[in-house]
Design a binder for this molecule. Structure first.
Ligand SMILES: *Cc1c(COP(=O)(O)O)cnc(C)c1O
Length: 373
């Protein structure tokens, strides 16, 4: 059997152990220390964000992002429907009410027209959302000029879920810095990893300070333990932050490799009428290469055929408005009979996008898919 080809798996630079060893040599094995500080600085230097707080996961960063924006029980939060459940779960942690927004075909992300409809409805109901959670799916930016225009009209802040899109740009600006607060994930499958981890970034220090305060058990400034708010244990460990520092040295290289994979798929499938590749909007990091099929029934066939060859492929995220846990909440689309996120789920396949794949691996994947057409 050939060795397994993954969708996306950790890919070390070789520099990681140096920083981990530093943590051991100096005995900074705690959730604070030089690696944490420098990893935050690396992310700020790279993205141009002014402030950052490193956390234990992207989910924790989204949770504290909502809290920093003042989301409380009963508040409404708009959220892109086509995403991983971690974008939406923190809304329920706070007993707030999610309202889901459809995507458009151009970006696969939040549809500005559907967003406008949701705002019009909220205005009619006299209850505007406390925040809008945008997502940059599969490493591709949403249409921020249009989204920001609508959000500023209603004076509602944006929490940007950039968990998948570190290094991707919108009009020359790094994703994660396009909302009021941005969130990155360093889970094992993301473009760079710390094994597990996340970060919250902002140009407003009060947001990242609030996240740091809440992430370290919400200890008030007093000479003894004093708490006037519920705290969390969400800080990133200094050991794994060392992995992050090593990974930052190869982020640009990984983006190039991911683009190479995407271009190869696009080129190989361009003459096959039944296959369409996810369109490029602005400057993605191409975290995952995704195709849609004209014929829905081919989706499972492709995943199965690849699986038989020990190759991992997966369905597109199943949108939140179709999830049993979220089904009861409102969902806005551009028009009555469109459901772009549902359609992309029905017809989409995420292809192996692992940067450790060889050209031969990539060709095998392509040949198997072509063989089914
Ligand atoms: C991975 C991911 C998250 C969650 O990040 P974790 O670090 O795994 O908690 C959130 N949103 C999206 C879109 C993701 O892909």
């Amino acid at each position: 059997m050939n060795s397994r080809i993954y969708l996306a798996s950790p890919h070390m630079s070789g520099e990681e152990m140096k920083y981990i060893k530093e943590a051991f040599d100096t005995n900074w094995i705690a959730p604070l220390g030089e690696n944490v500080n420098n990893f935050e600085k690396d992310i700020c230097d790279y993205t141009g964000a002014k402030y950052a707080t490193a956390l234990s996961s992207g989910t924790a960063a989204l949770h504290l992002g909502l809290k920093a924006l003042g989301v409380k029980e009963g508040d409404i939060v708009f959220c892109q429907s086509l995403t991983f459940s971690a974008s939406a779960n923190p809304i329920l942690y706070e007993k707030a009410i999610p309202v889901f927004i459809d995507s458009n075909y151009e970006t696969w992300n939040m549809c500005p027209k559907a967003l406008e409809k949701a705002f019009e409805d909220a205005k009619k109901e006299n209850k505007l959302p406390k925040a809008v959670v945008t997502v940059n799916l599969y490493g591709q930016s949403a249409d921020y000029d249009s989204i920001r225009k609508i959000c500023s009209k209603y004076n509602v802040p944006i929490l940007e879920d950039a968990a998948e899109s570190l290094g991707a740009k919108y009009k020359g600006q790094y994703t994660g810095t396009l909302g009021d607060i941005g969130v990155y994930s360093f889970n094992g499958n993301k473009i760079i990893t710390t094994s597990g981890g996340g970060m919250i970034i902002s140009n407003k220090k009060e947001y990242t300070d609030k996240a740091l305060f809440l992430a370290t058990q919400a200890r008030d400034n007093a000479p003894y333990y004093l708490h006037s708010e519920v705290g969390y244990n969400y800080r990133m460990s200094n050991v794994v932050a060392g992995i992050g520092r090593g990974q930052m040295t190869v982020l640009n290289k990984r983006i190039e490799q991911k683009k190479y994979i995407y271009d190869k798929y696009r080129e190989s499938f361009k003459d096959i009428d039944e296959i369409e590749i996810m369109p490029e909007f602005e400057k993605p990091n191409h975290w995952l290469s995704v195709i849609t099929l004209k014929d829905e029934s081919k989706v499972e066939a492709i995943i199965e055929a690849l699986s038989k060859e020990n190759i991992e492929a997966r369905r597109v995220w199943n949108p939140m408005h179709r999830q049993p846990i979220f089904k009861r909440y409102k969902y806005f689309t551009e028009s009555k009979d469109t459901d772009v996120s549902g359609d992309l789920f029905d017809r989409g396949v995420c292809l192996p996008s692992d940067t450790k794949m060889t050209d031969e691996d990539l060709q095998r994947v392509i040949d198997i898919i072509k063989g089914l057409m």
